[in-house]
Design a protein around this ligand. Structure first.
Ligand SMILES: NC(=O)c1ccc[n+]([C@@H]2O[C@H](COP(=O)([O-])OP(=O)(O)OC[C@H]3O[C@@H](n4cnc5c(N)ncnc54)[C@H](OP(=O)(O)O)[C@@H]3O)[C@@H](O)[C@H]2O)c1
Length: 325
């Protein structure tokens, strides 16, 4: 495993880290505490020292599991995300009063004295123009309740606006099917010494190249029920790519890159960008963790391989993805 500087935080985090949205079981099944601890331990044993969680994941169970794990592994860092537990989502959810409440809840949930990093969890764009929210985070930082803060954003422009504040990290979708952040945002983030977490790095699994036109997902899985943004931004599901188009584009990537391990290649591709501090793939079993962490050991992409990714993107993905996020 290799470790990268996480912006101005002073943390050195594993370049392949772990997302914990689906920690503790499959989508829609009850949370399995033992499974969650085993998953975190599997990642840790492979060099992962950074977990991304949120107050809303599994109704707080993901946060509790990460909190429990770090009690015996104090070298692990984490982000938790706040503000999306209560629907429908409005800018009011990110008012100073509510921010205080969420931070206190997360501290309690994780049973910890200070949160390494709090991210606003995909707030509406207007929150970026609501400075009192960020000033409140500054205040909580001075009080010692949070060490750093940032934003998990949907759109590139939201990430750019967030740089006006004292953010230390931005979480954004970036993968072989979402290239626009590299064009517009990465240099700016680096200039501000802001770390980037590349979320949904496998386009919800599409970039493993294992799905076909006939693959079925469980009804409670967002990959069944959020393809058109029925519950939240459709960009979070398959990275906003039409499913069948994504299957075709992934098949072409496999063939042109000459690999049957596209998932690891897809992660290695993201790590070609120095501005990225870590990729945070989710995993539904230990083998996936093993394969994903192995991405850190792969050879860098050649110029020719980089061009293949760009050409598949331009042919299949750019329109409409580049215009929506
Ligand atoms: N709004 C936000 O801030 C937000 C939104 C989304 C995600 N996130 C964060 O980003 C993390 C990652 O996102 P994600 O889990 O949605 O998407 P992802 O990492 O792109 O895809 C994860 C899925 O890919 C498949 N997979 C993983 N490794 C694999 C491998 N080696 N080989 C084959 N298949 C593999 C698994 O699907 P199968 O179950 O089909 O095997 C897994 O559930 C989340 O856990 C969360 O921490 C944040």
């Amino acid at each position: 495993m290799n470790y990268r500087k996480f912006g101005k935080t002073g943390f050195n985090i594993s370049e392949v880290s772990l997302g914990t949205w689906q920690l503790g079981g499959k989508w829609g099944t009850p949370f399995d505490e033992q499974d969650a601890q085993a998953t975190l331990a599997e990642a840790y044993d492979r060099g992962v020292n950074f977990f991304d969680t949120a107050d809303g994941y599994q109704d707080g169970a993901s946060e509790r599991a990460v909190g429990q794990f770090i009690k015996t592994h104090p070298d692990v860092h984490f982000t938790t995300k706040i503000g999306r537990k209560e629907e429908p989502l409005t800018a009011e959810h990110f008012s100073p009063k509510n921010i205080d409440r969420y931070v206190d809840n997360s501290l309690k949930n994780m049973d910890i004295n200070a949160l390494d990093m709090v991210l606003l969890h995909c707030p509406p764009t207007s929150v970026m123009y609501q400075p009192e929210t960020f000033f409140e985070l500054d205040r909580l930082q001075k009080l010692g309740k949070i060490r750093h803060y940032g934003v998990s954003v949907e759109k590139v422009e939201e990430g750019i606006k967030a740089l006006d504040y004292n953010v230390a990290g931005i979480e954004i979708i970036f993968n072989m099917f979402r290239l626009r952040p590299a064009k517009l945002f990465f240099d700016l983030a680096q200039k501000h010494d802001v770390g980037i977490l590349a979320r949904v790095p496998l386009a919800s699994g599409l970039l493993s190249g294992k799905y076909t036109a006939d693959t079925k997902f469980a009804p409670a899985d967002h990959r069944s029920n959020n393809r058109h943004g029925e519950h939240f931004d459709k960009g979070e599901t398959f990275s906003g790519v039409d499913y069948l188009t994504g299957v075709k584009a992934a098949d072409e990537l496999k063939q042109r890159l000459g690999t049957d391990r596209l998932a690891a290649m897809a992660l290695r591709y993201i790590l070609m960008y120095d501005a990225v501090s870590a990729v945070i793939p989710g995993a539904s079993n230990p083998t996936q963790i093993e394969r994903n962490t192995a991405a850190a050991e792969l050879a860098p992409f050649t110029t020719e391989q980089m061009a293949i990714v760009q050409s598949v993107y331009d042919q299949y993905i750019k329109n409409p993805v580049d215009y929506l996020w």
